[in-house]
Design a protein around this ligand. Structure first.
Ligand SMILES: NC(=O)c1ccc[n+]([C@@H]2O[C@H](COP(=O)([O-])OP(=O)(O)OC[C@H]3O[C@@H](n4cnc5c(N)ncnc54)[C@H](O)[C@@H]3O)[C@@H](O)[C@H]2O)c1
Length: 344
């Protein structure tokens, strides 16, 4: 029997890209699911599959009375609500990202007061020191290890922007609540998720959208040499559910692949699958691109969760492109692309 059967779960931000997939999976495994979301970027459409089987509450979790209310009779909190987006969003909305510290603080405090059994937090690879996310040194690429981001260790706190710092402070808060009150939790450090329901502020969807509207010259932010470990959303959800089940001491765990994929190689895979081939590529080096290189070390995830990403980037891209092409309209995307790339 599934660990989740009949468990009372709260998913914060449950109408979002990743969270809605989590909600679908929890419902499928027999959990009793409540979603709290202010729909600032999430949509009810994302929850279409499960909406009739969940308790959906609309509200802002920075409002303590709303949060106190939605925590009632909850055993496990999956906290994924955040002001967040891809690089085009987080670099242009620093104050919004910093406000996540208020949001996380209230959610964790109300979880403690309500006596929930455990909290699983969607942290991020952005907690890692940017100094570790550089071009390969002597040909050796770097795999980020959990111990390298730690506010209590000298040299281990140099997060990626306001968004990364807020996630690191969210982790620190959970560690403090575990030390002082024994509140069980885990911080899941997600890496570069992609898949169905994601928006165009994230690189994979932005690049698919540009192929969809047949942009030519085809614009790529940066010189195309940066790499990321693109991780399919279904794998992220599986990893987070296992982490919530198996880690209780507020430790962080990486949920992402150990594969470095250059943006230019991702672009060629997208051209191959969509059949679109522009005459010219235009590398816009004035646009935000984030750190140079990012992939996860999976030692902890393998050891504690027996988890490993299952979906190859080719397969994940195929599914995502199929979904994007079936659910979007060329004229609308072409008209709004400028806004879509930076506003969630
Ligand atoms: N997508 C990624 O690659 C990635 C990587 C690392 C971490 N994460 C984290 O995973 C989580 C989910 O990511 P996503 O891409 O699905 O994010 P998203 O931005 O689409 O989702 C955030 C959700 O929270 C809701 N929300 C925001 N502020 C709220 C508030 N004050 N009260 C109530 N609801 C609120 C939004 O409406 C939305 O549904 C986020 O915490 C994000 O920081 C995502």
């Amino acid at each position: 029997m599934s660990y989740w059967k009949d468990k009372h779960i709260l998913v914060t931000g449950g109408a979002s890209f990743i969270s809605s997939h989590l909600v679908d999976k929890l419902v499928a495994q027999g959990a009793v699911v409540r979603v709290a979301d202010d729909l600032s970027s999430g949509t009810l459409q994302n929850l279409e599959q499960s909406i009739s089987q969940i308790d959906f509450r609309e509200g802002d979790l920075r409002d303590r009375s709303f949060t106190r209310d939605v925590m009632q009779n909850v055993e496990v909190v999956f906290h994924l609500a955040a002001c967040h987006g891809g690089r085009g969003f987080i670099d242009t909305h620093p104050a919004d990202c910093a406000s996540n510290m208020v949001l996380d603080g209230i959610v964790f405090d109300e979880a403690l007061r309500a006596g929930v059994d455990r909290v699983a937090f969607s942290s991020s690879a952005c907690v890692y020191p940017v100094t570790h996310q550089i071009a390969p040194v002597n040909g050796n690429t770097i795999y980020l290890r959990e111990a390298w981001a730690d506010p209590f260790k000298e040299g281990c706190a140099f997060a990626d922007g306001e968004y990364g710092w807020a996630k690191l402070m969210g982790e620190l808060t959970l560690q403090a609540y575990y030390k002082q009150y024994g509140l069980k939790s885990v911080a899941c450090r997600f890496f570069t998720a992609y898949g169905e329901r994601e928006n165009e502020t994230h690189a994979v969807i932005a690049l698919i959208a540009k192929a969809f509207i047949e942009m030519d010259p085809y614009e790529i932010w940066g010189n195309g040499q940066q790499d990321r470990n693109f991780t399919y959303v279904g794998d992220i959800v599986d990893g987070m559910m296992l982490a919530a089940e198996h880690i209780e001491d507020a430790s962080p765990v990486n949920i992402g692949t150990a594969e470095h994929i250059k943006i230019i190689d991702l672009v060629h895979k997208i051209f191959e699958i969509t059949g679109f081939q522009p005459n010219e590529l235009f590398f816009d080096t004035t646009k935000p691109v984030g750190v140079f290189s990012r992939a996860a070390d999976l030692t902890e995830a393998r050891q504690h969760l027996n988890w490993e990403p299952q979906v190859s980037v080719e397969e994940g891209l195929k599914r995502t492109i199929e979904w994007y092409y079936a659910t979007h309209d060329v004229t609308t995307v072409a008209e709004k692309l400028g806004v879509l790339l930076t506003e969630r």
